[in-house]
Design a protein around this ligand. Structure first.
Ligand SMILES: [Zn+2]
Length: 511
């Protein structure tokens, strides 16, 4: 009876075994680095795994319809997936465009250093099963009887997978092996972005400075009222205060997520004219035209819509792109310090160095070392709820302490040079105020980013009127569109694209 049933529905039985075995072999590694401590968190992870398994099932149904297609594509799929799963298990690698580019274009990714007998054994093990299933597939027939249940299973599993993925912001597709699909999409989109007709601005720029290092540090999700200079009761940036930075507590960011915020302040956009966000390049080109050597040094992987701006730079360095911003592995901003040192040592009298920090990005615990866990208790799971609020804020404030440390190190490298630094966070962060969490909610808590200026002694001596103007303007209510004009003006660059009225280096007019 049982045997008869199995032989009647042989392909279905085959698919069930196939899916169970490979969901264990290639999906389970995705959850090794997930921090979970509460029951709801565990339930979520199990659901995530179950839905991902349905995604695998849908792929396997398609592949197995024809035994020849299955014989060719299935082992290939398993080879790629098991290779990826191995690295996910060991270093929580994520498949993304930046990683693929780094494999192709640079030597940052040392493949040979990861080759190990464990990797080879694991892949051989998975491929052995794959070949076994190919042999089995040749022994079974797709009978007419099975078409209806197969169609139902395919529609059911792919519908649930796609729907959940859509509702949960690509949460399923971000994980291996599905992430290959996302990165191919990303690649196509980034080609479109790069070929988009954006006009480079500032070709007529001229700089009056002979030697100068301009540093822009783009912070991530640091809200002004979580810095003591912005009125916070905790001391989160002691080094910056000691360095005498000029703090701007009243900066407004009309945008509350990274892409739109950077597009806004890197270009000439204003609240009344947002066209440059979509049609023009950034101030980086103006620096280049003015004789500056320009670099983009990032601990955040390049987001596709920002690629045009990043590619305006002479040098682009992305720290460890194999660890994505969604990973749970530590990828610390302090890793940028040696790169920064090298860039400063380059023999160009005029330099623009843009440092894009991972900063206060969620998941917080990955962005500060254990030694910076000063405010405790820190987070032990990823739950966004009021119960977790205190821990969230502690972890978040610990990052700010760490960012303060990293900035202090960067300043130490340029303090004896003619140099200045602008720190501007892309937006703030919410901790459950009015039901908002993290950012991208356009809430007031997310619209007041931390911002300050630091000047070297040499810069202050040469351009005292500029430092004085920045100091006089510090209480000004302005939005982040100040950056384009301010950074050019502070770097002694003149251009027809420059609007001095918007520069914080311009003395306020007397009332
Ligand atoms: Zn951001």
């Amino acid at each position: 009876m049982m045997r008869a049933w199995i032989s009647k529905y042989s392909l279905l039985v085959f698919l069930v075994f196939l899916t169970i075995i490979f969901s264990i072999l290639i999906l389970v590694p995705n959850y090794r680095h997930f921090p979970v401590s509460t029951v709801p968190e565990i339930i979520l992870v199990v659901l995530h795994y179950g839905l991902s398994t349905l995604g695998l099932l849908a792929i396997f149904i398609l592949l197995s319809l024809n035994k020849y297609i299955f014989a060719v594509l299935f082992p290939l799929f398993i080879f790629l997936s098991s290779l990826t799963a191995f690295f996910v298990w060991h270093i929580d690698i994520s498949i993304n465009l930046a990683l693929i580019e780094s494999i192709i274009y640079t030597d940052v990714w040392e493949v040979s250093s990861y080759l190990s007998w464990k990797l080879i054994l694991y892949i051989l093990f998975c491929c052995f099963f794959a070949v076994l299933f190919v042999v089995f597939r040749f022994k079974i027939r797709l009978t007419r009887l099975q078409i209806l249940p197969l169609t139902f299973l395919f529609v059911f599993s792919s519908f649930l997978f796609i729907l959940t993925n859509k509702l949960r912001f690509n949460s399923l597709l971000q994980r291996a092996p599905f992430a290959y699909y996302l990165s191919i999409n990303d690649y196509l989109e980034s080609r479109k972005e790069l070929s988009q007709v954006r006009i480079l601005v500032g070709d007529d720029s001229v700089s009056e400075a002979d030697t100068l290092i301009t540093v822009l540090v783009i912070g991530e999700a640091l809200r002004s009222d979580h810095v003591q200079m912005g009125g916070y009761e905790r001391l989160t940036m002691p080094n910056m205060e000691e360095r005498g930075v000029i703090y701007y507590p009243n900066i407004h960011s009309p945008h509350t997520h990274t892409v739109s915020s950077l597009r806004y302040f890197l270009t000439r956009s204003t609240e009344s004219n947002s066209e440059p966000m979509f049609q023009e390049g950034s101030f980086i080109n103006a620096f280049k035209a003015g004789g500056y050597y320009t670099s983009w040094l990032a601990n955040q992987n390049p987001l596709t819509p920002l690629r045009f701006f990043i590619s305006e730079s002479d040098t682009v360095i992305v720290n460890r792109p194999e660890i994505s911003d969604y990973s749970n592995m530590k990828k610390l901003d302090s890793e940028l310090i040696p790169y920064f040192k090298d860039l400063v040592a380059e023999k160009h009298p005029l330099k623009l160095i843009i440092v894009h920090l991972a900063g206060n990005h969620w998941w917080y615990n990955k962005n500060f070392p254990d030694s910076f866990a000063i405010f405790t208790p820190i987070l032990n799971n990823r739950e966004l709820s009021d119960n977790n609020r205190e821990r969230m804020i502690n972890s978040y404030d610990n990052i700010t302490l760490f960012v303060d440390y990293v900035l202090n190190e960067l300043i130490g490298i340029i303090e004896d040079k003619s140099a200045f630094m602008i720190f501007l966070s892309d937006h703030g962060q919410s901790f459950g105020e009015d039901g908002n969490w993290l950012h991208a909610n356009d809430a007031p808590t997310e619209q007041n980013p931390a911002c300050f200026f630091w000047f070297s002694d040499s810069y202050g001596l040469r351009y005292p009127e500029k430092v004085e103007a920045v100091s006089l303007n510090s209480e000004k209510q302005t939005d982040t569109s100040f950056l384009f004009h301010t950074i050019l003006d502070g770097s002694l660059i003149t251009s027809s694209y420059l609007d001095l009225e918007m520069s914080l280096f311009a003395k306020p007019s007397q009332p």
